[in-house]
Write a protein that binds this ligand. Sequence first.
Ligand code: KIV
Length: 290
Amino acid sequence: MSHNSDAPVEPITIPVLQRWKEEGRRITMTTAYDAVTARIADPVVDIILVGDSVGNVCLGFDDTLPVSMAMMNHHLEAVARTKPRALLVADMPFLSFHLSPEETIRNAGGLLQRGADAVKLEGGSRRAGMVRALVDCEIPVMGHIGLTPQSVNVMGGFKVQGRTTDDALRLLDDADHLQDAGCFALVLEGVPAELAARATETLTIPTIGIGAGPDCSGQVLVFHDVLGLTLGHRPKFVRAYANGFALLQQALSHWAADVRQAAFPTHQQSYRLPDGLRDTIANWTPSSST
Ligand code: KIV
């Protein structure tokens, strides 16, 4: 499983994910925004997403809307330098795929040139034209429907989608149109489990759920949520597998206490002079005192 082992590591590609969908093998995806998180995640998961959630998780914004292409490029480059074997997907941020096909293709192409294997963009049938334009340029696209965080203002908050007949049927139509437009996979976020199950059953491409119940082809959770590194309100769909925030803070406090008590560093963490030099140093006096 590790990059350091001699065992060959199979890179995860889009055909591999398609085969897994057909075999019913579950797909795992998490986020990474820098080289450290990428190195932790890569031996474990199948897909690494450089998500625009970097905005609220790491950059201190309230939502993903302020995230720019420059920010995405910066974080993607850090992750791509680790050369992950996982499929590397980069999010297209708000307004980077809305204005014209030319601008959309240039932005998405730039992500691929920086090391992404594919891009992800939010939105339903209305985005099918842009998806087609990208796929025509050999840019693989992962769709993302349901509770799409870039639509927070339209939705009136981060609310579960697809709970009325019209909404549920529209979401199934959206999924179908995005597959038809050429998406290789679809993130289903914040939708009732039954709806996600029906989409997964009818689509031939894999679905990746987040707050979409257990019957998707795979699951995605934000890295910092899985490890308990986020503070504040925890959505119902998150299960933290560690209390990372407290754990890391405890370790840091331990170090700070050691420094204050002169228990760190010891000789073990210090460099020493060669024997002959010790006397020279001991006999040295500042020239200002002579
Ligand atoms: O930006 C992100 O992290 C995402 C996932 C939650 C799917 O889009």
